[in-house]
Design a protein around this ligand. Structure first.
Ligand code: EPZ
Length: 427
């Protein structure tokens, strides 16, 4: 067990390199199953969700070879097992992508109900709706989701809600189905487009990813490819906010500035200077922070995954901010931790009202989920004194080398082992 010790109050300066997108990587790795060949996937973030995905592929019978820290060769030619081990699928939400990929290739898949961040109810009815529309049967037995089909057939699917996971899972299960599939009311996130691009490199015929309608012409077989994952928009946004919170000057490199537009727009409204270059953005904050009204929405709206980080910034703004969470029922679990730091944040259901304070104080903090954890790290970097952030395994599910990246920006942060409590000593 590890924790971070952070001496805050130091403005961050310098450059930080953004890793590959977690939410693209965790779908593209299962997608290699559909290739039934050798894929080389580059720019994979070195995070625990990626390690779990690689381990699942290996347990299913794929040959997984490390080329370098961020590049793996995955050969799924002889992969034949269709049951994802329970203890692995429960470690992350994205294990549900193995359902779509295994169903697409073998007509069969068994995956335990997925784990991941606790953000309130996280149904997968729209994923199952897509599988059954394509001709599969599904059942849930003893915590395992089973999907089966003798032959998948293209179909028109209108999603009841805009879902990243259901959109990507429908794509995975439809690329090898017979005939044309049309997906309507789909998610348009950059990682949806990235998965479509990767599947097309494997021989799929997908058009329209990034718009409301995706058209898939089923192909008979797919093949291996080399593919480089896009930069992580949420990791980039996290460092941009950290620059703002600490009153620093940070250049965030290896990004696609277009993907950051909803973030850039809000940072400018909050009084930060944001300069855009071809593959980087520079964020500076010299004056006061202004309050904001934010409502999280599917892309291209303001991303829910940055909501906790913006909340930290708004705790230090001059005036009253309002954040409305439009995606998840329970994404303000970090608010109590911020209150321990002296923040004035009131949560009522899906709405948080934040009255800015002059400064935050150091405190012992506990990460309740991935983005909440990152937000607490940023809050601690902005607070004078020594904070400890506990349960950091949540954070390392999604941020590659977060401690080292902040250290390189001048932060005083270190990762330490948490002593295991000896019961006899404690008594
Ligand atoms: C993805 O989750 C991301 N996870 C989440 O990021 C992110 O918060 C979310 O998209 C929204 O952008 C991964 O990509 C692994 P959804 P996902 O299906 O796909 C409802 C992070 O911090 N819904 O787009 O699970 C659902 O309840 C994580 O990196 C249904 O009703 O999200 C929610 O209200 C946390 N039925 C909304 O749709 C369904 O079948 C959007 O969920 C599916 C979803």
């Amino acid at each position: 067990m590890e924790k971070y010790i952070i001496n805050g109050g130091i403005p961050l300066h310098g450059e930080v390199e953004i890793s590959g997108a977690k939410n693209a990587a965790v779908a593209i790795l299962p997608a290699t199953i559909l290739a039934a060949g050798k894929c080389v996937i580059e720019n994979l973030p070195a995070i625990s969700d990626v390690m779990v995905s690689l381990q699942i592929l290996s347990e299913l019978g794929a040959r997984v070879r490390l080329i370098n820290k961020n590049t793996y060769e995955i050969d799924t030619t002889y992969l034949s097992c269709t049951e994802v081990p329970n203890e692995l699928s429960r470690q992350m939400r994205a294990s549900y992508y193995f359902l779509g990929a295994l169903l697409g290739r073998f007509g069969n898949a068994q995956v335990a109900m997925p784990g991941g961040c606790n953000l309130g109810p996280r149904p997968i009815d729209q994923h199952l709706k897509a599988f059954t529309a394509l001709g599969a049967e599904d059942s849930v037995e003893y915590g395992m989701i089973n999907v089966h089909s003798d032959s998948l057939k293209g179909v028109h699917i209108f999603f009841d809600t805009v879902s990243v996971g259901a959109t990507m899972n429908a794509m995975l299960s439809a690329v090898l189905a017979e005939g044309q599939t049309v997906l309507e009311n789909v998610a348009k996130e950059p990682h949806v487009v990235d998965l479509a691009n990767c599947l097309n490199m494997m021989g799929a015929e997908i058009r329209g990813a990034g718009t409301d309608v995706i058209r898939i012409r089923g192909v008979k077989s797919m093949h291996g490819c080399e593919y480089s994952i896009i930069p992580d928009q949420i990791e980039a946004g996290s460092y941009m906010v950290a620059a703002a919170v600490t009153g620093g000057d940070v250049t965030v490199r290896n990004v696609i500035p277009k993907h950051l537009e909803p973030i850039t727009a809000k940072l400018r409204l909050a009084g930060c200077e944001v300069e855009e270059f071809d593959e980087s953005v520079r964020v500076r904050r010299t004056g006061d922070l202004h309050p904001l009204k934010i409502k999280t929405m599917p892309h291209p709206g303001f991303p829910t995954d940055l909501q906790p980080l913006f909340a930290v910034m708004l705790c230090l703004a001059k005036g009253t901010s309002i954040i409305t969470e439009g995606i998840w029922e329970n994404r303000f679990r970090y608010a109590d931790e911020l209150a321990h730091m002296g923040a004035n944040i009131q949560v009522d259901g899906q709405v948080a009202v934040i009255e800015g304070v002059d400064s935050l104080q150091a405190a012992p903090l506990r990460a309740s989920d991935l983005r909440a954890g990152a937000a607490l790290v940023v809050a601690a970097l902005g607070a004078k004194g020594t904070s400890e952030v506990d349960e950091t395994s949540h954070i390392e599910r999604g941020y590659e080398n977060i401690v080292e990246k902040f250290q390189a920006l001048g932060a005083d942060i270190k990762r330490v082992d948490k002593p295991v409590l000896n019961v006899n000593q404690a008594m």
